[in-house]
Design a protein. Structure first.
Length: 553
């Protein structure tokens, strides 16, 4: 915990100064000043790392350059900010929520000190961050290991943060954003003029146990969902444009999409809502959106050869573009895994039969899916007949949720991806009851207790390597040092012109971990080699990129 405090201070210095600068330029008055400073600062940092990574690795020099820029902003505006009163937290007004706030903050801080347990941590989070720290965006990197093609700007930010402290296994961004949002939530609930905050407050409270699982990881889900939530708050609750401009709600959706494309429905709905309801700041929003999306597309081209990857509609003629066969191989198993299908079932069952099988498996995902569909339909009926939903924006939320569910159903319908939808729908339907129930403390306490019990007793059962934790653990030394996963021994291998490092035998097929670069699992290389496909370096250095070569087996 003590060490993590220094990590959060570092992040605050990297984000808040430039965030306050842009907040003051764009928003003159707000009941959420800390939130906007954190958001604009994060957005500016994401743009910085996305652009710099095209030419430079995100190493210590690049990280300290960003820190120096922020410190210069502090020196230039220090006198003005010393009298900043908008950051004052209404401690007296927070009194009714004091225990909830303390328990929630302690849970976030404690969870952030555990070793990452997500499967994705070893398959592409850690290797992506390492590639960015050592080489930046590498041409055709998805040919070496397909999961690296999905590299997110969020991981570029993680690489920048790690370069400051010269660490490679600690992630602090998710826990930092959870802390900022959690304090801001209760401050908003305590401010008298925000009585209409209503049921939206309960969404992150209920989701907190799930987000705590990812507090110590480099997952993009936590920040993405928090930004979608704040965008929903902006368009549904605030009527005062000066406090939460609707164009800023679009930016929340844009940033969520930027770090994870599956948040596209939120961006589309927020954008359409803005165009229908607002006629100001359109040029500003168009400029910012064009800038971020253009850089995002160029990043995709550099890594994969496709502008809209994982969509392959707009491709290039570059020789390093990932072959369609490789893309199909990765996405087909991903879809099969989400549906619990064998290869034979996937190729022989009709779409209707797949649907029946999905709902007839009686798994947790199927139960959640049924509940989700029922609540989504009920929410739509409530919007149609305005049952407790007189605000037209509920219809927008309903439409965005439907589009999101459709995307998940066509890719990987796993319960963890759409579990937030029934929460939003259910809270919307029962908001009159919820708004009368002021006992938020029991909800927070229950959620934290369930989270601790679940993770310490059962935890995750899909460990992918002995070095990867299967469940969160709690030890006394976590009060000082955050836990990390041990690094296994990698062996040097060769396939044609490709020299690479492989994790030990028995590792999960796609597991790479934080190994020396270039690192990829030997099982993966050998499997594709049998089919005639193998990755090959373009030049003599990993920085020059990779392509896929086909040789008839």
């Amino acid at each position: 915990m003590i060490v993590n405090l220094f990590y959060w201070i570092t992040l605050s210095l990297m984000i808040l100064p430039i965030g306050i600068f842009f907040r003051d330029k764009f928003i003159s008055n707000s009941t959420t000043p800390l939130l906007f400073a954190a958001f604009f600062g994060t957005a500016a940092t994401l743009l910085y790392v996305m652009i710099v990574a095209f030419w430079l690795p995100l190493n210590t020099k690049v990280a300290w350059m960003w820190l120096i820029i922020n410190l210069i902003i502090v020196l230039y505006n220090g006198k003005k900010w010393r009298n900043e009163k908008r950051f004052n937290i209404h401690f007296k007004a927070l009194a009714p929520y004091s225990w909830s706030v303390l328990i929630g903050i302690f849970a976030i801080v404690w969870a952030s000190t555990s070793a990452p347990i997500l499967t994705d941590e070893g398959t592409y989070f850690e290797p992506t961050i390492r590639w960015l720290r050592e080489y930046g965006w590498v041409k055709g990197l998805g040919n070496l290991h397909f999961f690296l093609a999905t590299a997110s700007p969020w991981h570029a930010f993680e690489a920048l943060f790690q370069s400051v402290w010269q660490i490679s296994t600690v992630h602090a961004l998710n826990s930092w954003w959870l802390l900022i949002s959690f304090v801001q939530l209760f401050q908003l609930a305590a401010v008298e003029k925000n009585k209409n905050f209503g049921y939206l407050l309960w969404i992150p409270i209920i989701m907190l146990p799930y987000w705590l699982i990812m507090a110590s990881s480099a997952s993009t889900d936590v920040a993405g969902w928090l930004w979608v939530f704040w965008g929903m708050y902006g368009i549904l609750i605030q009527s005062n444009d000066k406090e939460f401009p609707s164009w800023v709600a679009v930016l929340f959706g844009l940033m969520a999409f930027n770090i994870k494309p599956t948040f596209m429905p939120a961006l589309l709905v927020f954008t359409v809502y803005f165009l229908v309801k607002n006629h100001t700041h359109r040029f500003r929003l168009l400029f910012i959106s064009t800038l971020f999306i253009s850089v995002w597309m160029m990043k995709n081209v550099r890594l994969t050869g496709y502008y809209l990857f994982p969509n392959t509609i707009l491709n290039t003629e570059f020789k390093y573009a990932i072959p369609q066969y490789i893309i199909s191989y990765y996405f087909d198993p991903y879809f099969r895994f989400g549906n619990g299908l064998t290869v034979q079932q996937y190729h022989t069952l009709a779409t209707s039969e797949l649907l029946v099988k999905w709902f007839g498996q009686c798994r947790f995902e199927s139960i959640v899916a049924l509940i989700t569909i029922v609540l989504w339909c009920a929410f739509g009926i409530g919007c149609r007949f305005k049952l407790n939903m007189k605000n037209q924006t509920y219809t927008w939320i309903w439409a965005a949720s439907g589009l999101y569910l459709l995307i998940i159903a066509c890719t990987s319908p796993q319960g963890r991806f759409y579990a937030i939808v029934p929460i939003v729908m259910g809270l919307g339907l029962f908001q009159p009851v919820i708004q009368r129930w002021k006992r938020i403390f029991p909800m927070v306490t229950l959620g934290v207790v369930l989270f601790v019990l679940f993770q310490t007793k059962w935890g995750f059962t899909d460990g992918i390597h002995p070095a990867q934790s299967k469940k969160l653990t709690y030890q006394i030394d976590q009060f000082i040092w955050p836990q990390t996963n041990p690094t296994p021994t990698y062996s040097k291998q060769q396939c044609g012109r490709l020299h690479y490092y492989s994790p030990p035998k028995g590792s999960y097929f796609w597991w790479v971990g934080n190994g020396p670069l270039p690192s990829v699992n030997q099982q993966e290389i050998q499997f594709f080699e049998q089919l005639g496909w193998h990755p090959e370096p373009i030049g003599s250095s990993p920085a020059e990129g990779y392509q896929t070569v086909y040789e008839r087996p």
